[in-house]
Design a binder for this molecule. Structure first.
Ligand SMILES: Cc1ncc(COP(=O)(O)O)c(C=O)c1O
Length: 498
């Protein structure tokens, strides 16, 4: 019998996924992406071992993550204290599950939701499932380091004014590029209108623990938020926190009973103890050393910027990227741009170049590389990153202007525009609709049955039930030609209503 810790090549060949992961892990690659624990290296040995042996079920001695009464409840209460909420729950299915729970409890079946177009795909799915009445908030504020637009207090107020019955507002902040909405002012506006503010803070779980970071949703006065602990903290995938503010509970804007009712509807009945334990660990670690660790990473960022070729433009250490911009950004979401025009190599080319050198970054669009440092990222790996990027540029012979191909402008226009003809996404996803797959040329003017979202960042360009107009089809075809990975679309064509 083979020893499991010394598998032969023949045995490994019978397990393709195990084999592939084993090979990748064996390469000792450098990580600038989620999850925020750098391949487990940020956990102490004793905890890594515990994660395997503590993969337990609900027993009289272990408590229940969905109905916590003992140690799990104690851990969630301590998380509420640390993150500044009135009530915190551990979610072991990511912010995706957290958003489903939150929106189901706050908006309900057929309820009205005010939201910008650029939301994560998980919001589309719960809106479809719950037949929500969707009203749009315009998003037209941009940071030079982000592709996605943000909402402003003015645009939120305008949407509330136009929809007097619209009580629940959802905002994503920070977004994938680290761009933040002005949450303190938005919370004031929403509450003035008697509404409820929910925040998709999937990318901002670290905000409560650093002085030089934007305010967290809880601190800014939001009523509830979800945070993907696994994206920026030492938390196992897909650990997330769901926080409800104390004032939302005391004013009755949100109800703890409703949360307890909705949580088991969407969270698996077998939530992972290791994932929940890692959420507990990260909270304790952040309370002890979070502030110091964050300050150290910001210092590393300064050093990195000084080493990087001046042909790159790297996002600053400061929360305020431009004097004229009203938007704050997360300085720990490192965005490296190439220039104001599209150049060769593109950011996507550089991502591939880095990957070939064993350096994995989170994402690149055509113009920007997006990197997520761990809170324990080593000085040496910051230096390696600067050296590798500089070498890739010089090897490629430097920048060659390729003309502004307007990909950014098009992406931004399409992500915010609401198509003319639309069926409710729920009707199309769950109704008795016949669908066919067609070539791009035959797709124009047809109704998409799929959510189509370049991934990452998973923000849909087309929702199920929306018309595929020529500009959207052409743009998506171009993205595919540029090897973008797109949820809901592949080389075989578009799924549309028959
Ligand atoms: C803005 C935003 N919200 C929610 C999610 C879903 O998070 P999770 O992967 O934890 O389910 C993501 C994932 O990338 C995201 O970018």
């Amino acid at each position: 019998m083979q020893q499991p810790d010394d598998p032969s090549k023949t045995l490994i060949k019978t397990m393709p996924l195990v084999g592939s992961l084993k090979q990748i892990v064996g390469q000792q690659r450098t990580s600038w992406h989620t999850p925020g624990h750098t391949g487990g290296k940020d956990f102490p040995d004793w905890l890594r071992n515990l994660f395997i042996s503590a993969d337990l079920t609900e027993l009289p001695v272990t408590d229940d993550i969905n109905r916590p009464v003992g140690a799990a409840l104690e851990a969630m209460k301590m998380a509420a204290g640390a993150f500044g909420s009135g009530l915190t729950r551990f979610i072991t299915g990511g912010s995706t599950t957290g958003l489903h729970i939150l929106l189901a409890m706050a908006v309900g079946y057929g309820g009205r939701l005010l939201l910008p177009r650029c939301v994560h795909q998980s919001v589309v799915h719960i809106a479809a499932l719950m037949a929500m009445d969707l009203r749009w908030i315009e998003a037209d504020a941009y940071s030079r380091f982000g592709l996605l637009p943000q909402v402003t207090p003015q645009s939120v107020a305008a949407a509330l004014e136009a929809n007097p019955d619209g009580q629940v507002v959802l905002v994503t902040s920070p977004d994938y590029y680290g761009t933040c909405a002005d949450l303190p002012t938005i919370a004031e506006v929403v509450h003035q209108y008697g509404g409820v503010l929910l925040v998709d803070e999937a990318h901002g779980a670290h905000f409560a623990f650093g002085h030089d970071l934007p305010p967290s949703a809880m601190c800014a006065g939001a009523d509830a938020c979800v945070q993907s602990g696994h994206k920026t903290l030492p938390v196992l995938t897909p650990g997330a926190y769901l926080h409800i503010s104390a004032s939302a509970l005391t004013t009755g804007r949100l109800s703890a009973d409703r949360l307890e009712q909705m949580l088991p509807v969407f969270q698996t009945s077998s939530p992972s103890f290791p994932v929940a334990a890692s959420l507990d660990y990260a909270r304790a670690w952040l309370e002890r050393t979070g502030e110091f660790a964050i300050a150290r990473q910001l210092d590393h960022l300064m050093d990195f910027r000084s080493r990087l070729s001046e042909k790159f433009i790297c996002s600053p250490r400061s929360m305020k990227p431009d004097p004229e911009s009203s938007l704050l950004r997360d300085p720990l979401r490192v965005v490296i741009c190439l220039d104001d025009n599209i150049h060769r190599p593109t950011a996507a080319d550089l991502l591939m170049g880095l990957s070939a050198k064993g350096v994995d970054i989170e994402f690149a669009d055509r113009r920007r590389m997006v990197l997520i440092p761990s809170l324990l990222q080593k000085a040496q790996s910051w230096r390696q990153l600067a050296d590798t990027l500089n070498r890739l540029l010089s090897k490629d012979g430097g920048f060659r202007p390729a003309g502004n191909d307007l990909m950014d402008d098009m992406w931004r226009a399409l992500i915010t525009a609401v198509p003319e003809a639309a069926l409710h996404p729920g009707k199309v996803l769950f109704g008795d609709c016949q669908q066919v797959r067609v070539d791009p040329s035959a797709a124009v003017g047809r109704i998409s049955t799929r959510l189509i979202a370049p991934y990452p960042p998973g923000v849909p360009l087309i929702w199920p039930g929306e018309e595929l107009d020529k500009s959207r089809v052409d743009f998506l075809v171009r993205l595919m030609e540029n090897n973008a990975s797109i949820n809901g679309l592949d080389q075989q064509g578009f799924w549309v209503l028959a």
